[in-house]
Design a protein. Structure first.
Ligand code: G6Q
Length: 547
């Protein structure tokens, strides 16, 4: 027996047996068996109320899942992360995004050095700079104040600021717009700049490595756009950088005094609280940014200190494992009932899929079990008129997270109460469904033929978590984001994979380089496979015909 494979452990096998026993359990029967269930399966993590009652799980499920977590050493790995151990073993790096929002005053050591003085120094630098853009004392080359800030970055250097800017737009300085350019497709740059005055535009080039092709291509186009309009010397006033690579920043022509640094222990998809958040800080101001950090930190503390049984990120991670590994579900949906969170699912699509889309264990074996799920989602209620059909009546079970707020950002008529009524109703419909008898009665009452009844059945037993927060603020956004980060951590720890590398993006990158070189040389034989060679040759021929 291979002791290091989680599927051979007692906890795993107990869960397999337990799944067999639970397969036909209905959500209705779980509630009938325990009239306290709604209350006892509701938890509080900082300001978030988390309802876990609509899960296909009973107390024994939780005992077995927490045993699995203990046995997998999740707590030790968590402590190692917080303590600066190099748990990203394939890149030999510590994983310390929690230090970026460590508002406790505690030191955080990496290799015997406290990283907090550097973290605080960069936050001060960001605050000073963002104040100067917000109050107009930082001007463009012609002396005009900055009206639009464009963050150029991709992946982890884009999605965090995009998500959080959308989420916190209501806290932003409205005479200062923030836009984002990430795609190497020029359309995004052209559309982002077409109505702008270069003299009033500031670019933040956000790239940890400062070598990413998309970002450097967009940055070069932006520099041309500025210098064509304002002259060669304008770069200094219109460009700042966020990076770990001072040399490349200087070579690009940005004064390193206007470079905001971060460190190799900040993973791209975990970098929102680092200088990568500079564009966000400019939009919402330093106080709101600090409030967001405080929210992150409060959830970090919950994750760091709560026992597994009450540790909400861990419980969410465990329930995900319960479905993925024992019920064979393949995807999870994140459904925020808050328009401002429209990019939250996309943010955690990267957060989760890049972290846990892995097939090799930390000790280098192929996994024998399913790891990260596909993550997707859209804000409610739009999804209800689109893909919820499959959630309710499709053949796949998709565990769902509903995220809603007690107080709306905009109290307009009955909008918010109607929105939330929809969210509560959807979780009930998924969980409890509509039985064949109920569907038949319904069908008859409507005067429809009886054979339509089956189409009107809802199987129910479709699990969901409901997260209810008081109000969308920088602080609660920080809490929510950290909650999901630590859920992902928990799952990676149990699956025994490295959640902090992303080698899966490399092959495509190097093939793109080769393909581009072949395109420029017009040498399709340089490509390694017949299909790609044919595609390239067709592309070149059609371009030639059009000339
Ligand atoms: C995230 C990934 C990836 C990264 C981008 C941008 O965890 O590492 O999405 O953020 O590839 O990289 P640079 O910041 O180096 O340009």
């Amino acid at each position: 027996m291979d002791e290091s494979d989680i599927t051979t452990t007692k906890a795993w096998q107990d869960l397999q047996d337990h799944h067999q026993a639970m397969r036909d359990t209905s959500m209705r029967s779980l509630f009938e068996a325990d009239d306290q269930r709604a209350g006892s399966w509701s938890h509080q993590a900082v300001d978030l109320r988390i309802d876990l009652s609509k899960h296909l799980a009973d107390n024994h499920t939780l005992e077995l899942l927490t045993a699995l977590a203990r046995q997998s050493g999740v707590e030790q790995l968590r402590d190692d992360m917080f303590n600066g151990v190099r748990i990203n073993t394939t890149e030999n790096r510590a994983v310390l995004h929690t230090a970026l929002r460590n508002v406790s005053g505690r030191p955080v050591m990496v290799d015997g050095t406290d990283v907090m003085p550097d973290v605080l120094r960069v936050l001060d630098h960001m605050a000073e700079f963002s104040d100067s853009v917000r109050n107009g004392s930082w001007t463009g080359a012609t002396g005009k104040r900055i009206r639009t800030v464009i963050n150029i970055g991709i992946g982890g250097s884009d999605l965090g600021p995009v998500m959080a800017y959308e989420a916190l737009r209501d806290f932003s300085q409205r005479d200062l717009a923030l836009r984002f350019v990430s795609n190497i497709d020029a359309t995004q740059f052209v559309e982002a700049t077409r109505d702008l005055d270069p003299a009033e535009t500031l670019f933040i080039i956000s790239s940890k490595t400062f070598t990413t092709d998309e970002t450097m291509t967009n940055a070069t186009t932006a520099r041309d756009w500025i210098t064509t309009a304002l002259g060669q010397d304008a770069t200094a006033n219109h460009f700042v950088a966020v990076s770990t690579n001072a040399q490349a920043v200087a070579e690009f022509g940005i004064d390193t005094a206007n470079m905001f640094e971060f460190w190799d222990w900040v993973g791209g998809r975990y970098s929102l609280c680092s200088a990568i958040g500079l564009s966000l800080m400019i939009a919402i101001g330093k106080d709101n940014f600090h409030d967001m950090l405080a929210g992150f930190h409060a959830m970090d503390e919950h994750f760091r200190t709560a026992p597994i049984e009450q540790n909400i990120p861990m419980l969410l991670g465990l329930l995900g494992i319960w479905y993925g590994n024992f019920w064979d579900t393949r995807s999870e949906a994140i459904l925020p009932y808050e328009q401002y969170l429209s990019r939250f699912p996309a943010y955690f699509q990267q957060g989760n899929m890049e972290s846990n889309g892995k097939r090799v264990t930390r000790d280098g074996r192929y996994v024998s079990y399913q790891t990260g799920p596909v993550i997707w989602g859209e804000p409610g209620t739009n999804g209800q008129h689109a893909f919820y059909q499959l959630l309710h009546q499709g053949t796949d079970i998709v565990p769902v997270d509903f995220i809603g707020f007690v107080h709306p950002r905009h109290q307009v008529g009955e909008h918010h109460d109607k929105l939330m009524a929809n969210m509560f109703a959807q979780s009930a419909a998924l969980a409890f469904g509509k039985t064949p008898e109920e569907a038949l009665a319904d069908t008859k009452a409507l005067g429809l033929p009886a054979d339509v009844a089956r189409h009107r059945e809802f199987p129910g037993n479709r699990p969901s978590t409901t997260i209810l927060a008081p109000e969308l603020t920088p602080n609660t956004l920080g809490q929510l984001t950290a909650l999901y980060e630590h859920k992902i951590f928990t799952q990676g720890a149990i699956w025994n994979i490295n959640s902090f590398d992303q080698w899966g993006v490399e092959l495509g990158k190097s093939l793109a380089k080769q393909t581009y070189a072949a395109m420029k040389d017009r040498d399709v034989t340089a490509l390694g496979d017949a299909s790609s060679a044919q595609l390239l040759s067709t592309y070149l021929e059609l371009q030639d015909e059009a000339r």
